[in-house]
Structures are given as C-alpha cells and as structure tokens.
Ligand binder design. Structure first.
Ligand SMILES: [Zn+2]
Length: 456
C-alpha cells in the first residue's frame, strides 16, 4: 500500500505536563517529498468491520480506581488512594480495569462495536503524542488554523475536503500499545473521515465521523510494536466535508498529583486512576469537569456526565458499568444487575435499561453456569446509583455487580480465567439480543413495485 519505510534519527523531548497527565512528545524531522506521496484525497471509504454489534457504541466504565478523595465527594481533598481494599487476593479497583481491558472491550470490538473506555486501557506509563502544531505533523490543503478550547493544545488544522494530514509517532519501547486520534467536530466536517495507520507490520484503516465526538480521544486500535518503530497516521477525507486534523496519541501515560494535605508526589498510570483523573488525558469540555459553582464533580457523577457529553444526540449507544460487590455484613454471593432510577427527583428507568438489565442477568448467569453450577443470581433490580441514574446519565445501560469480592469462594471465581471468559460471553450475547430486537433496525421490506435489480 502507501507505506514507505522511514529510517532517520529521532529526537525525543520530554514535555512538562501542565495539568497532571504525563506524556512524551516525539519530535521528528520534516517529511521528505517521497514520504508525502498520496497525502491528498479524497479517498474511497473502506468498508467497516461488520459484525453483529456494528453501529453500536459502548461506553464502558471500569469501576473505581486511584482517587483524590474529598470530604463529602466534592469538598476539600483529604486522602489519595484506591476506593476498595484488598480482599481474598483482589482489589475491585484493579480487577474492573483489567477485566475491561483484557476481556470485555476486545470481545465487544470483535463483534463490531466501538468501545469508548472511561478508564484508560493502555497500561504504559508513557505516551507519545503528536499535535498539529508539532513538526511531527504535516498537512496539505490547509483552510485555516482554528483555535478551539476542545482541541489538544487549543488549536487544530481545518483542511479542505481534498486535503490530508500525517503524523509520526516513535514507539517508546517494545510493548502492547493503544493508538488514539482526536479532532474537533463541526456540522461541515467529513462524516466519513479516514484514518490510515501504518506500522512496520500492518496497515489499518478506520472511518470516523468528524461531525461528532470532538474534543476527546477516539480509539484507533491496539498494536504490538517495537521500541523505535515509527507509527505513521494519515487522515484523508471521503470528499463529504472539511477535515479536522488535531492530535494523535500512542500509549496511556501517567497521572501525577501533589495533594495539598501532605505535599507528596503521587504517580500512577492512567490505567490505574479513577475517572476524575482521566479527563485531562481523555479530553473533555470544562463543563464536564466542574459544576457551574466551580465545585469538582465526583467519580460517580463524572462517569455518566462525561459519557452523556461525549455521546451525541441520536447516537446508538449504551453505558455499561463494571463492578464487583461487597457485603457489609454476613455472607453474600452471586450476580446482581441494576437498571438505574433516581429519587431526586423521582425518575423511572429508561425502558431500554430495563430490557438490557434483564438480558444481562439472564445471559451472564446462563453462560457462567455452563461451567460453574454454584454461580447464583440475585436478579435484575432497580438501583438508585448516580452512575446509571436517568437524572445523571443520558444513555440506557446497566450496572453489573458480577460477584462478591467479600466472599472467599466468589473472589476466587472472579479471578479465574474461565469466569471472565464466560461472563464476557454473557454480556456480549445480551447486547446482541437487545441490538437485534430494537425497533427500526429490521431489514427494510423490498418494495414490490420495484424490480429486484437495477437495469444494467
Ligand atoms: Zn464497585
């Protein structure tokens, strides 16, 4: 294809983080004429991945993570730590992130869904980033350099429909890496913009809709790469609108913070930290991060608030929240699935949430029970939880308490590969049933007046 081997020296500069997210900026020389070949579009739009969940966006929230704890959730900071303790070999905060990254998200993607993870899936403590303002980005047919607070470094390049952009990233070291792109949306932007990712091993194309989802990073897949490899990312249009060339990012990076209460530096991978500490790396409007009065939004409220902001009106999307359960007293085990309601003000569950919760409960229980007859279900219930509340979350969905980490036997179950595979199959099956039975998604009946085939 259009891949050209690039071999030149690299200069890697460390960039001081301004807002807590730690990144490495990769600075590469200006491309040669040969490397710019084929940059101008428009290009034919490649076919999507297909699959039974194609067209569905799943906002996937792995519960908890390291957090700056505040008095009454939004008051002054009082502690830095995880949200759950270690019980029988596991910590819920870590279990949910690993389960989402290693099992659930890849399974949903394999069925054709787009997964937007609310906690970083990439475990690398560094990230390589290339912005439109960097020398590691090159663009043709630039209509304007646009300042916008939703862009990385507050600006992006607006390209003519026949334009193109390319970014280079140097892989920091051998490993498993996730790649992301970011743009600013506009009704005049291309609804079928094409990102082409060129690594030494493969070429992949991803089609994105630049009329929506501006201001946050969008997944372009995961890759096994060697340190020093160059990843080239190209953006071209389908001819259907202008293009927004902003930034690309390889890797998750780290979050660091020096809390006022003790002045000590804390540093964790983005993979480990809770949602309020994801938003600088992920991208978000300021209205998501703070209330109008300036108070910070809590972890439980930030998750639905961010997803509701990121998901455009009319998007086919669901929100799934992954947790393990704790019994405050006495022995308890089994699966519980919640559809969200609220009491302030009293608000019923979305009909789709009720259906999704029912399907999740049936299918997860059935899939796990095939190999594990002792797995119990406590049923599908209504839950007054901020994360899935119809007051705070505009998306239908469910909160899954997959088992009790406070029970010795169930904690062992939760940590077994067999359980994680089976529970994942149940979640995927439940979403497939819901997605297939939705009204309006039926194949259109052929019009009997119309001939079956167009004339030659
Ligand atoms: Zn939990």
């Amino acid at each position: 294809m259009r891949w050209i081997r690039i071999t030149f020296g690299l200069l890697v500069a460390s960039l001081a983080a301004t807002s807590g997210a730690s990144i490495l900026a990769t600075v590469l020389p200006w491309p040669t004429e040969a490397e710019k070949v084929g940059l101008n579009g428009p290009f034919p739009v490649p076919e999507g991945p297909g699959g039974p969940l194609a067209g569905l966006v799943v906002y996937l929230s792995a519960g908890h993570g390291w957090l700056l704890h505040r008095r009454h959730h939004d008051g002054p900071p009082i502690a830095w730590g995880r949200q759950r303790g270690r019980r029988f070999g596991m910590v819920e905060d870590d279990w949910t992130a690993a389960y989402v990254a290693d099992y659930l998200a890849p399974a949903l993607e394999a069925e054709g869904a787009v997964v937007i993870a609310l906690r970083e899936r990439d475990r690398n403590p560094v990230a390589a980033i290339s912005d439109d303002a960097d020398i590691s980005c090159f663009a043709e047919q630039i209509a304007a350099r646009v300042e916008d607070p939703l862009a990385h470094e507050e600006g992006y390049l607006r390209l003519e429909p026949n334009g193109g952009a390319m970014w280079w990233l140097e892989v920091p070291y051998d490993g498993h890496w996730y790649l992301y792109s970011r743009w600013v949306d506009d009704p005049e932007h291309d609804p079928q913009a094409i990102y082409t990712v060129i690594t030494p091993g493969e070429v992949r194309e991803e089609v994105v809709d630049q009329t929506v989802h501006g201001g946050h990073y969008w997944p372009l897949g995961d890759y096994c790469l060697f340190g020093g490899d160059i990843v080239e990312v190209r953006l071209n249009g389908s001819g259907g609108g202008m293009l927004s060339a902003d930034a690309v990012r390889l890797g998750g990076g780290s979050f660091h913070i020096v809390p006022e209460f003790d002045g000590k530096l804390r540093e964790h991978t983005q993979f480990e930290v809770a949602m309020p500490h994801q938003v600088d790396a992920l991208g978000a409007a300021q209205s998501v991060v703070e209330y109008e009065c300036g108070n910070p939004v809590s972890d439980m409220r930030m998750r639905p608030r961010w997803a509701s902001w990121a998901s455009p009106e009319g998007e086919d999307a669901v929100y799934l929240s992954i947790h393990t359960n704790a019994s405050p007293r006495g022995r308890a085990d089994g699966l519980t699935v919640f559809a969200g309601i609220d009491r302030t003000p009293p608000t019923p569950a979305y009909p789709d949430s009720l259906r999704i919760a029912d399907l999740m409960e049936q299918h997860i229980h059935a899939k796990v029970r095939r190999h594990d007859k002792a797995y119990r279900t406590r049923g599908a219930r209504l839950g007054n939880y901020s994360e899935i509340s119809p007051v705070h979350n505009e998306l239908p969905g469910a909160l899954l308490e997959l088992g009790f980490h406070t029970d010795r036997r169930e904690a062992a179950r939760l940590q077994s590969h067999r359980f994680k595979v089976d529970a994942t199959e149940g979640i995927v099956a439940a979403l497939q049933v819901w997605w297939e039975e939705r009204p309006g998604e039926m194949e259109p009946e052929p019009d009997p007046e119309m001939p079956d085939e167009a004339p030659p």
